[in-house]
Ligand binder design. Structure first.
Ligand SMILES: [Zn+2]
Length: 269
């Protein structure tokens, strides 16, 4: 129900640089494995079944760091979400403020729920760190360079970097080669959305909460229509329109549907 409340420019620049340096140092030519980074830094870890308590947790005891990953909530140890959560916990280690306050016992161990759900600044920093660590900027940009945008590009990026489609599409919003918008909804309610800076529309048709009915995601919830291909929609279907000339501007929507969740990627040709 909120536009992702992101970070300051200073945060994004500094975190991106910190994470990229680590990725390029340990994995200059291959997919980033956060577990191996932990090993190199002598951080121990365990994958366990901790029901719904947290996705991940970084603990410091006697100056030793330990990462817990909850596979009850993340499928298995090598799932995309487990990798992202592991990267997030590494963020709490590599970001000086987070590590120092943990080491001094000033802050309790972070119980993290990853995936851009948290409004807490430290959690958002760790999420952003993880996306920069797993999808280093220069490689991401290089992959996108001169490719015509279609949904396949997001799928390929997710596969190449070992992340979820939602993580890859959010990264694409900030450093991709074509303006896109990403809208995540649960049970017909918009949970969050985000777009590239140069995306032509900023406001959704009904504001932040209600999914517009004539969209692919909207029809999935209202009449159970399912598509697994990219569909054409019009600007007026999704956005708040100010000029008549924009009403029928064609856009594309590729919507992933899973139970009560939808993720729509929207773009103009
Ligand atoms: Zn956290």
């Amino acid at each position: 129900m909120h536009k992702i409340d992101f970070l300051s420019d200073y945060d994004t620049v500094a975190l991106n640089e910190l994470a990229s340096d680590i990725s390029d140092f340990y994995f200059p030519n291959s997919q980033i494995d956060p577990i191996l980074i932990a090993q190199k830094k002598s951080i121990t870890y365990s994958f366990g079944n901790y029901s719904d308590a947290f996705d991940g947790l970084l603990e410091c005891e006697n100056k030793k760091f330990h990462i817990y990953i909850n596979i009850d909530r993340l499928e298995h140890a090598y799932s995309e979400r487990a990798r992202f959560t592991f990267g997030h916990e590494l963020g709490h280690y590599f970001i000086d403020d987070h590590r120092n306050s943990l080491a001094k016992g000033l802050s309790p161990s972070h119980c993290s729920f990853t995936g851009f759900q948290s409004r807490n600044r430290a959690e958002r920093q760790a999420d952003f760190f993880s996306s920069c660590l797993l999808m280093p900027e220069s490689r991401f940009r290089k992959y996108c360079y001169k490719k015509k945008f279609e949904f396949r590009i997001i799928q390929e990026l997710a596969k190449k970097f070992g992340t979820s489609i939602s993580a890859a599409s959010l990264r694409f919003c900030s450093i991709g080669s074509h303006p896109i918008m990403v809208v995540y909804a649960h049970d017909n309610i918009i949970k969050w959305y985000w777009s590239s800076n140069d995306f032509p529309f900023k406001y959704l048709k009904y504001g932040k909460d209600k999914l517009p009915e004539d969209t692919v995601a909207g029809e999935y919830f209202s009449v159970g229509k399912k598509f697994n291909t990219t569909q054409q929609v019009f600007a007026m279907d999704w956005f708040n329109i100010w000029k008549d000339s924009q009403v029928e501007k064609p856009f594309y929507e590729h919507c992933l549907m899973n139970g009560k969740h939808t993720l729509s990627i929207i773009w103009e040709d």
